[in-house]
Structure formats: C-alpha cells, structure tokens
Design a protein around this ligand. Structure first.
Ligand SMILES: [Zn+2]
Length: 87
C-alpha cells in the first residue's frame, strides 16, 4: 500500500489563511504579509520551475506548428476529396 502523500503541500498565509498559489510571490496578495522563507522557492527550485515552463512552452510551440501542418494537409485532402466528389 502506498502512503497517502499529497502531490504538493498546500501553503497558506499564516496571517490571513489565503492559499498561496504561486510560491514565486514574495508576499501575500491579500494581506501583503511577506511570506516566511520556508514558503519561498529556493533558487534551485525556481530555476527548475523556469526550465520546466520553458520546456512546456517549447513543446506547445512545436505542437502548434505540427497541428498547423496536419490541418493544412487535412484541408488539402478534404478539398481534393470534395473536388473529386463534385467532379
Ligand atoms: Zn495573507
């Protein structure tokens, strides 16, 4: 059996209890209390996060280009098909 471990710890502002969605922020967006240091990302974590996001972005761009090509191919194929049907 696997132990129940939540995927990520939920951070809450100690002052107002507002859920901290982005640990890249330095203070609470509600009460503006500066987050305690353990809430903040270490430079390593921050870098890892940025790398990850760059990768996701790059992958998305690639997918978009691929999708575009696929669509063009499909469009060409379908216009050929309808041309043939009409002819
Ligand atoms: Zn707060």
């Amino acid at each position: 059996m696997s132990e129940e471990t939540p995927p990520s710890k939920e951070y809450r502002c100690p002052a107002c209890g507002h859920v901290i969605y982005s640990r890249r922020r330095k203070k609470c967006e509600v009460c503006e209390l500066p987050y305690p240091p353990e809430f903040l990302l270490t430079p390593e974590e921050l870098e890892a996060l940025e790398n990850e996001q760059r990768e996701i972005h790059a992958r998305r761009e690639r997918d978009k280009t691929k999708e575009e090509e696929e669509r063009k191919k499909r469009d060409a194929a379908s216009s050929n098909a309808s041309f043939m049907l009409m002819g």
